[in-house]
Design a protein around this ligand. Structure first.
Ligand code: SF4
Length: 568
């Protein structure tokens, strides 16, 4: 299956691209219907635009980098699993193209502007907030908000403009200070987390964007949406109580819970930070817009007064087992600080764990919380850690637990070998959501597509299909936690196209990401892990063959089939 022709009536996002040139304080619109028909919306559309519009040699933190916000057609639905939106740019952490996907309530407010994509380029002269509505763009200089936290900025917007946090994307001090794993926060505690997109927005001297309007495109969504929604509302699923941290005890049982900066794979204190521990602190339901699945975790500790959302599994791993911390309240505090300062809580936790390893200080909670603050403000050792593990591990004298600069997620490739293969070849680095391969490899997975976790060979075709499916869901946009409720027939019914044609949208997206990264120097020498698993090298070769790549590089002939310009 290579770049099959699409049915042009396929459901896709509608509305023009809004380009905001921050250097000139100007905005303009471009019709992008041809791109929308072939890339749907979300990550697919943003990848196509980024590939064609960002110079291949752009400095991630320079004015030529472009940051894209996009939604998909499903944000016009009432379906569960659609309260998410996409952000794409060249990452200061990986130096490649990275897309990150945030939940919350921003996506539908964004759709109300009438734009399917917003692009920010250049650099504002002064620290600014960019207000985007269906009536135009306004630039507001906000020098007084320099180094304000995310809640302080959200409070300002509400008090001065009556704008709710659900209409905002904000960077904290971490983004302003160029921390390479700074996040963009929306709805105060939801993050465009991985890859340092907060540093990109900060480098443009933008403290926040706001979105408002009454011009959402009228997209007709097929009735299948209500079947999905009904099942999400009525099903008894453990994620509704414990979110992703529900998996932690299983991960520990199979020797797959990264602990003590990846030096161990089980954690004695797991009961203090697992799903049950988080559930005890959960005080109400939490969700994203329109989602009846409601897997989010608003938590509160009455004794200390600490209140946050989560921690999810990855954060309970990074600030918990990987940092030698066995009390969920301490992890909640780390999570809260990351949200306030605007940090990716996975990378922040792993990087703190790297420092703890260098100082033999695992479990020192006071130090951990102090380090998070120092990273956000680049103070002292925080300035070193703000560069991320790949750039600071030598100075710390610890191993480099990252792929392409992105530190590892908590689903352990040393046990789940197909997940290891996915980490190695992913365009985004050691990210679990790129293929969610772990979801078919955990023992006890009760699914037709369950795989033996042993060995990395013979899994390439499944990996390609999963990467394509994840890129499709990121383009729709449909939350990846819908996996028990979405199937090929439902994708076909919702998007009005053959499933193979829909997976081809994902294929194009992954291929364009890889092609962009190839132009920045990436090849097979970047598809490496800091450990080996049985059959890894053969698995990587099988993957390249399945993708039609040569030594990790997309042949230019593939691009001409695609009809994409090879340079911007
Ligand atoms: S499943 Fe969870 S993360 Fe996904 S949209 Fe629903 S509430 Fe948000």
């Amino acid at each position: 299956m290579r770049f099959a022709e699409l049915v042009c009536s396929m459901l896709h996002s509608e509305g023009p691209l809004l380009t905001i040139d921050l250097s000139e304080s100007e905005a303009s619109e471009t019709d992008i219907e041809a791109e929308q028909e072939r890339y749907i919306g979300g990550r697919g559309l943003a990848t196509k635009l980024a590939h064609d519009r960002i110079p291949f040699d752009a400095d991630p933190l320079g004015p030529k980098n472009r940051l894209f916000f996009t939604t998909g057609p499903m944000q016009a639905s009432q379906m569960s699993f659609t309260g998410r939106m996409n952000c794409t740019a060249v990452s200061p952490l990986t130096n490649g193209l990275v897309s990150s996907n945030a939940g919350g309530f921003m996506s539908r407010n964004f759709a109300n502007t009438g734009y399917s994509a917003v692009e920010l380029t250049g650099r504002a002269d002064e620290l600014s907030i960019v207000h985007i509505t269906d009536e135009g763009v306004e630039f507001e200089a906000v020098p007084d908000l320099e180094e304000a936290t995310v809640p302080e900025t959200a409070d300002y917007l509400e008090a001065e403009h009556g704008i709710e946090s659900d209409q905002t994307a904000i960077v904290g001090p971490a983004g302003e200070n160029g921390v390479r794993f700074a996040a963009i926060m929306t709805t105060k505690d939801r993050a465009f987390g991985r890859g340092g997109l907060g540093a990109v927005l900060g480098s443009k001297n933008v403290k926040a964007i706001t979105v408002d309007g009454d011009s959402a495109p009228d997209i007709e969504i097929p009735a299948t949406q209500m079947d999905v929604h009904r099942e999400a509302a009525t099903d008894d699923h453990i994620m509704k109580r414990q979110g992703t941290v529900a998996v932690m005890s299983l991960a520990n049982e199979i020797g797959g819970l990264p602990s003590y900066y990846f030096s161990e794979q089980t954690f004695d204190g797991v009961e203090g930070i697992n799903g049950d521990a988080v559930e005890k602190k959960k005080y109400k339901k939490g969700t994203c817009s329109a989602c009846a699945f409601a897997c989010k975790l608003p938590t509160r500790d009455e004794e200390s007064g600490i209140e946050t959302e989560g921690p999810e599994y990855e954060v309970a791993m990074a600030f918990g087992s990987n940092s030698g911390v066995d009390d969920i309240v301490d992890v909640m505090k780390s999570n809260q600080l990351c949200d306030q300062y605007g940090l990716d809580s996975i990378s922040a936790g792993n990087t703190v764990a790297a420092y703890l390893a260098s100082e033999d200080a695992f479990g020192d909670v006071e130090l951990i919380h102090e380090l998070v603050e120092k990273i956000a403000y680049r103070e002292g050792i925080g300035d070193t850690l703000a560069e991320g593990i790949a750039r600071c591990h030598d100075e710390l004298g610890v191993e480099n637990w990252s792929v392409k600069g992105l530190d590892f997620a908590g689903h352990e490739g040393r046990v789940l070998h197909g997940q290891a293969l996915s980490y190695a070849v992913s365009n985004r680095g050691a990210d679990h959501m790129y293929a969610t391969f772990y979801s078919v490899e955990y023992p006890l997975v009760d699914a037709e597509d369950a795989l033996d976790p042993e060995g990395a060979t013979g899994k390439a075709d499944v990996l390609v299909e999963r990467e394509n499916l994840m890129a499709l869901s990121d383009s729709g946009i449909v939350c990846k936690f819908s996996r028990d409720y979405m199937n090929p027939e439902r994708y076909e019914a919702l998007f009005g196209a053959d499933y193979e044609e829909l997976l081809a949208v994902g294929d194009r997206t992954v291929t364009l990401e890889r092609h962009f990264n190839n132009q920045r120097g990436f090849d097979s020498s970047d598809d490496v892990l800091p450990y080996d698993v049985p059959g890894l090298q053969d698995g990587i070769k099988e993957y390249y063959d399945a993708r039609g790549w040569e030594d990790g590089v997309v042949p230019e002939t593939t691009l001409s089939e695609e009809g994409t310009a090879a340079s911007p």
